[in-house]
Design a protein around this ligand. Structure first.
Ligand code: G16
Ligand code: MG
Length: 211
């Protein structure tokens, strides 16, 4: 019944969510700001500056815009160091099969990541040509949970939002899909992804006939 499936990247196709976590943790701790997995959950799907603002709000001092830009840049360098060694082995279990299933069923495939490093990650994983359209995060004005990124993907795929299925691991991402008027498959735990229409533990359990 769907015409396109739009995937998130970090935490769905590959575990860069963990690399983002490590890079932010290193940065936060260098600023004396406490950081753990539970807090990191709020950063998933949130863009770089938005994430930094959330982290620094837990600290004890205020920062100038220049300081913030420098800190965001430092985090990005930590992150780029981590993704530089990725290979196709870093695809999460079931990811390739899910992409193949969608195309074999005659549906379009899209990618909606707010990461400005998404193209690099796709190239390292060797899967760039498996998508009919990849949103360029640099052209998105509003980060998730705003629906802009999923709506942009649908528009460029030439498919109405109501005919799209979105796949996300983040609370903010699921909100973005639902507010775009799409069907949401959450990857993770149902206690966290409460707005998803269905939740699966990983793409290994992704099956178009279930939705
Ligand atoms: C991803 C991550 C976020 C990260 C964002 C921006 O979003 O989930 O944690 O802050 O990208 O990444 P970058 O600093 O590389 O531009 P998404 O939409 O892929 O889940
Ligand atoms: Mg994600």
């Amino acid at each position: 019944r769907f015409k396109a499936v739009i995937f998130d990247l970090d935490g769905v196709i590959t575990d860069t969510a963990h690399y983002h976590y490590l890079a932010w943790k290193r940065l936060a701790e260098s600023e004396g700001v406490p950081f753990d997995e539970a807090f990191n959950e709020h950063l998933k799907g949130v863009d770089r500056m938005g994430s930094l603002d959330l982290i620094l709000a837990r600290g004890s001092r205020s920062y100038t815009q220049d300081e913030k830009l420098a800190l965001a840049d430092t985090k990005n360098r930590h992150y780029q160091q981590l993704i530089a060694t990725m290979t196709p082995d870093d695809l999460l279990p079931g990811a390739l099969r899910a992409l193949e299933e969608v195309r074999a069923a005659g549906l379009k495939t899209g990618l909606a990541s707010v990461s400005k490093n998404a193209f690099t990650v796709l190239d390292r994983l060797g899967i760039r040509d498996r998508f009919d359209y990849v949103v360029d995060a640099a052209r998105i004005a509003n980060s998730k949970p705003h629906p802009e990124i999923f709506l942009t993907a649908a528009q460029n795929l030439g498919v109405a939002p109501g005919d799209c299925l979105g796949v996300e691991d983040a609370v903010a991402g699921v909100a973005s899909i639902k507010d775009a008027g799409m069907y949401a498959v959450g990857v993770g735990s149902p206690e966290v992804l409460t707005r998803a229409d269905r939740v699966i533990p990983s793409l290994q359990k992704f099956s178009l006939q279930d939705y």
